[in-house]
Design a protein around this ligand. Structure first.
Ligand code: ZN
Length: 128
């Protein structure tokens, strides 16, 4: 991994963001961060996370939401021991996951739902 600006895999993502294409910027950031996740390159992960956060501020809707989640994900990759990290394809459910003891089956459809939820997110059954 080179430290020159030319070798910075996030440089293209930064220019996509600068030219007003946050969606492309996020895609490029993701591509750049993939090897960093594998190699646990904390510095690259921190840069990717910071850039994703900038993208989230510049974007709206789905892109902003995804950028924020990736920003969180890449930071988590720094903080979590390697064997406890989610992989890129499974990280969304990983973040949504609640501790087991805080879940209960829905009385209507039996899907596992969070204790204290007002409504089942699967069948919309009301829980009072
Ligand atoms: Zn249900």
């Amino acid at each position: 991994m080179t430290s020159s600006a030319d070798g910075d895999p996030l440089a293209n993502a930064r220019s996509a963001l600068a030219s007003g294409d946050p969606g492309e910027a996020l895609r490029l950031t993701f591509t750049a961060a993939k090897p960093a996740v594998r190699q646990q390159d904390d510095e690259a992960l921190r840069s990717a996370s910071a850039l994703a956060s900038e993208i989230a501020d510049a974007a709206s809707g789905r892109i902003a939401k995804e950028a924020r989640q990736y920003s969180f994900y890449w930071l988590a990759c720094i903080e979590q021991p390697r064997d406890q990290q989610p992989n890129a394809w499974s990280f969304l459910p990983w973040f949504k996951r609640e501790p087991r003891e805080r879940r209960q089956p829905c009385p209507q459809c039996a899907e596992s739902i969070v204790v204290g939820a007002k409504e089942c997110r699967f069948c919309r059954h009301r829980l009072d």
